[in-house]
Write a protein that binds this ligand. Structure first.
Ligand SMILES: [Zn+2]
Ligand SMILES: [Zn+2]
Length: 414
């Protein structure tokens, strides 16, 4: 049996440059620099712009806009010099724009980009005799001065976003607070670090109302996949915890391996025990594209499958992953009402925003799942929300936004 080992905790990302250009690390560095700079009394305000504000998947340049009435360059204290070096040493560009208060908003907007979007915006503003925004108090005020709905920075990626704004066609994008259900997380019963109760309590603390525990299935023995007996023991533990915490609900899920022939791990009789099934590929990555597509499509058509997990298997910045025909896969999911995952692990973001947008356009529902293996990464789910926003998704597109009752009615097999 051919198996490709996949590290789920980032150990496989040895290339520091790629790691630092990833959203989360670049944002961390940008945040450190911002708080250091804010110690300077001559600086009134600092905002992220560019890729950092648009939440690009890979950040190559950190853009900050600094509001100061007196400064026009960075004061070089040792702490600031260290942070600048930490940023540039790893291949990230650092771009800092200074603006006086009256030009701050216009500068921030322009630096947020991207350039295609800003060109379209400027053209529109000039043709409406409103090219000068000196003294304007907020971006919202800029847009309403032009009679346009506000365009969230995540979707300012092309002229099309501006065209849609002009047509009054900007949807209310999903927000963190729309999420109610945490789906697809692991515990120490398989390869997680924390107990079921610890994971559940942290999920509840983050404001969620229910969680679906989806440990690995037995085929994934190298990551502690659960034997049927272990599943039954976990099921009893879930019943016990559901009694102990009546204000919260734990659902019984599994991340069932998609076997090389496209069937799911466990027998159909046993799969019927679960409330939800996330079906994922963790092995035999080297199949030709047509075979891999047939494999994942067979899993999508399996009546026990609820969600297709990390559908392309990519790990950002590595060659890991496999090839599938994305359009065919989306069409089948649309046809049989299956949900596609936006895996919010920052190394995965799989489906990416482009594919998630395609899926939603076909009426496919998405699930935003942290696939987290310890309490500290449960909040990664919000990185998935950013990705979903880049895909123009609304709360209606995402099943985690359902109330527990709606979720059970629509997705729990009984
Ligand atoms: Zn997985
Ligand atoms: Zn998983």
């Amino acid at each position: 049996m051919e198996k490709q080992e996949v590290s789920f905790n980032g150990r496989c990302h040895r290339d520091a440059r790629i790691r630092l250009q990833m959203q989360r690390y670049a944002l961390d560095l940008a945040e450190q620099l911002r708080s250091e700079l804010l110690n300077n009394p001559a600086i009134a305000r600092i905002e992220f712009a560019g890729e950092t504000r648009r939440f690009a998947e890979i950040i190559r340049q950190i853009d900050l806009v600094v509001q100061s009435e007196t400064l026009s360059a960075l004061p070089d204290t040792p702490a600031i010099a260290n942070l600048k070096n930490a940023i540039t040493d790893t291949g990230l560009q650092l771009n800092i724009r200074f603006a006086r208060s009256e030009n701050f908003i216009a500068t921030w907007h322009e630096t947020t980009g991207n350039s295609q979007y800003i060109n379209a915006f400027n053209e529109y503003a000039n043709s409406h005799n409103a090219g000068n925004f000196a003294g304007i108090e907020s971006e919202e005020a800029m847009y309403s001065a032009l009679g346009l709905p506000f365009v969230p920075p995540e979707i300012r990626e092309d002229a099309e976003a501006l065209r849609r704004a002009v047509a009054g066609n900007i949807p209310k994008l999903i927000e963190n607070s729309d999420l109610r259900g945490m789906l697809h997380i692991h515990t120490n019963a398989s390869d997680g670090k924390n107990s079921l109760e610890e994971m559940m309590l942290e999920t509840r603390r983050l404001g969620f109302k229910y969680v679906a525990i989806c440990d690995h299935s037995q085929y994934a023995a190298h990551v502690g996949g659960l034997t049927p007996d272990e599943v039954l023991a976990q099921s009893e533990e879930i019943d016990r915890l559901n009694e102990k915490y009546p204000d919260f609900r734990i659902l019984k899920g599994i991340e069932s391996d998609i076997l090389p022939d496209g069937s799911l791990d466990y027998t159909p009789e046993f799969l019927a025990h679960f409330d939800i099934v996330v079906a994922s590929i963790h092995s035999s990555f080297k199949m030709p594209k047509a075979e891999m597509t047939a494999r994942i499509i067979r899993a999508a058509r399996n009546p026990f499958t609820t969600i297709l997990g990390h559908p392309t298997g990519r790990l950002i910045g590595t060659p890991a992953g496999y090839e599938i025909d994305i359009d065919e896969f989306i069409n089948v999911c649309a046809d049989c009402g299956k949900v596609i995952e936006i895996n919010a692990n920052p190394y995965r973001l799989d489906f990416n925003a482009e594919n998630a947008m395609k899926a939603a356009a076909k009426g496919v529902k998405l699930a935003i799942n942290p696939d987290s293996h310890k309490t500290q990464t449960l909040a990664d789910v919000f990185i998935g929300v950013q990705s979903a926003r880049k895909a123009w998704l609304t709360a209606e597109d995402v099943i985690n936004c359902l109330t527990l009752d709606e979720f059970i009615k629509n997705y729990v097999r009984k």
